[in-house]
Design a binder for this molecule. Structure first.
Ligand code: ARG
Length: 589
């Protein structure tokens, strides 16, 4: 369906043109004075300059032309030259009726030129437990992916595991100290290695920090870890078999954790998958004359004339020939282009890596790893802070494991729900989990991604205010009204959304019509917070309407059926919104 602002603008443009003015002045916007009007057009102010006459005179003529136009209840010119518009209630009801007919998409058409978009998010590191730092990437990336899918793009999520580098050498070294008899460490071992991993996930999670601590105190140990890393990266069989085990054990644990977050990935590729592409890529960079030696290292210059700050060269290989984090990211672009040929790659990563990605993107472009038209976008997010304004930590100052964070919030939510009313333990736990997830995700997504925010669990879990639980509570209220209505009678075949009977009903309708516009701009700007702000507005408008309207006690059956239709549409709008945000609503709470 055409966006409501487009439909309105079309009429206003025509009215400008009818009076001999350029149509470009006819763009309508949402009103910034909702007390006076619903939409407005300020074009007469600008047109006045071109046509050298008073803006009011122009606005007045345009308003005159709009009289009798069925789309508007009123079109008024006001001094000094604004055009104030109110939609005709019948027109508005008709628009909603169209939306309602399309239960699947509510009139939000798929985009005209669907793209293939690869989205790099999650970014967990193997063998290190998921901690809250990885939460934002997962939550934001998942939502952007879902919004893109809803608009008809082919979205491919890649978790981009951190599975390469010293951390692997550290684990191997520690394991070797503990169990030197394992076949992975026998240089003369021929044949297969065991199928079972020689550790569990909890052991692995204990091994890595132990190794990391020790390497900081023990120089020889660190040397050994570096040597192990080198041998692993240069094909030592036993170590590669161990790497497989580490990956398998880690990945199944990660999958379980992400599942609890309602986050899933199309691809489970990692940094290690990029390694085979490095030699060729480096050769091409040399052959193309892009890479040169600087202080022994191989670098590509990426500064541009228009830079206002220093953008250092992109280092491809260290002086000892070792590759780096960026080498991996560049080589990852190579296989992504080769296997998926995406129109766009989006990276959802901590904003402190912004400069780094500027270098990587420029280098990829300059050296021809991507096509000139391939878009590379960085969606950087801010830090999740505790109430003290510092990065979120456990009470004793440690890094908070995601699992503990989640189970703590689930528990708190369960208490809240079972305090409110009596529920069976099992149902209560299930509901608590759903509501808790909404609290965390909405708490995060409702902030503009690039901003730091305070993880305030008391506020996030509240059933009132701009929170996930409030949104769910509103949907649950809608479900319960629908259920009661249906228990009493069936919805008549001819039921229709009727022109608003009250201010509050019209206000709700005016929120609902924004749906397709919000989805589009949320995706264009990679801004899930826009969906949050919208769903919150719809919830508020609905609750206001609900408090002022006796829906179930309405005596006129047609009017009542119209309310129910409107309610059903509002519910569907909210459900699609929370679905793209990555959570769902329970039936009761
Ligand atoms: N593993 C990295 C970290 O924990 C994040 C990876 C981000 N993605 C990327 N393509 N570099 O910081």
């Amino acid at each position: 369906m055409e966006k409501i602002l487009e439909s309105i603008s079309r009429e206003v443009v025509r009215a400008f043109e009818e009076n001999g003015y350029d149509g470009k002045y006819g763009k309508a916007t949402l009103s910034n004075r909702p007390d006076l009007c619903e939409f407005q057009c300020n074009g007469a102010m600008a047109a006045a300059k071109e046509y050298k006459c008073a803006p009011f005179a122009i606005a007045d003529r345009v308003a005159e032309s709009l009289k009798g136009n069925g789309m508007f209840e009123s079109a008024e010119s006001v001094k000094p030259g604004f055009l104030n518009l109110k939609l005709d209630p019948g027109y508005l009801a008709g628009y909603l009726q169209e939306m309602e007919k399309d239960q699947e998409r509510l009139g939000c058409g798929k985009c005209r030129d669907p793209k293939t978009i690869l989205i790099d998010y999650g970014g967990p590191n193997v063998a290190k437990p998921l901690h809250v730092g990885h939460l934002r990437s997962a939550i934001i990336g998942e939502s952007v992916k879902r919004i893109g899918k809803f608009l008809g793009h082919t979205m491919i999520g890649d978790v981009h595991l951190g599975d390469w580098g010293l951390q692997m050498g550290l684990i191997i070294t520690e394991l070797r100290q503990r169990k030197p008899e394992l076949p992975y460490f026998q240089e003369d071992h021929e044949g297969e290695y065991p199928k079972e991993a020689p550790f569990t996930i909890s052991e692995l999670e204990e091994i890595y920090p132990a190794a990391s601590t020790r390497s900081k105190e023990d120089e020889a140990y660190k040397e050994a870890a570096m040597q192990a890393t080198y041998e692993l990266q240069h094909g030592r069989r036993g170590y590669q078999a161990l790497l497989r085990h580490i990956l398998d054990v880690s990945v199944s644990d990660l999958k379980r954790n992400y599942e609890n977050l309602n986050v899933s990935f199309e691809l489970w590729k990692g940094e290690s998958d990029a390694q085979p592409y490095i030699p060729d890529m480096v050769q091409k960079m040399k052959d193309g004359g892009f890479a040169h030696i600087s202080d022994g290292a191989l670098v590509v210059d990426v500064k541009e004339e228009t830079d206002t700050k220093e953008i250092p060269p992109c280092m491809i290989l260290k002086s000892d020939g070792a590759s780096l984090y960026n080498t991996t990211d560049l080589a990852t672009i190579v296989w992504r282009m080769q296997d998926y040929c995406p129109d766009e790659i989006i990276y959802v990563v901590d904003k402190r890596q912004e400069l780094y990605f500027t270098q990587v993107f420029r280098c990829a472009r300059k050296t021809g790893l991507v096509k000139p038209e391939t878009e590379l976008r960085f969606l950087g997010f801010g830090t999740m802070n505790g109430k003290d304004g510092k990065p979120f930590k456990t009470r004793d100052g440690g890094v908070m494991r995601l699992e503990y964070l989640l189970s703590g919030i689930n528990e708190e939510m369960y208490k809240k729900i079972s305090d409110n009313h009596t529920v069976e333990e099992e149902e209560g736990r299930k509901t608590a989990k759903i509501v808790a997830l909404s609290a965390i995700k909405y708490g995060d997504l409702s902030n503009q991604a690039s901003k730091d925010y305070i993880f305030d669990i008391d506020r996030f879990t509240s059933f009132e205010g701009n929170t996930g639980p409030y949104i769910l509570y509103t949907i649950v209220r809608m479900k319960s009204i629908l259920k009661k209505y249906r228990e009493a009678r069936a919805l008549p075949q001819e039921a229709k959304i009727l022109p608003a009977h009250s201010e509050s009903e019209k206000a709700l309708m005016l929120e609902i019509v924004k749906f397709n516009g919000v989805m589009e701009s949320a995706f264009e700007e990679l801004a899930p917070h826009k969906v949050c702000a919208y769903v919150y507005d719809v919830a508020n408008a609905f609750n206001h309407f609900y408090h002022e309207t006796k829906i179930l006690a309405e005596e006129d059956e047609g009017v009542q059926a119209g309310y129910i239709k409107l309610l059903g549409l509002a519910k569907r709008v909210m459900e699609i919104c929370i679905d793209v945000l990555g959570f769902e609503a329970p039936d009761r709470m």
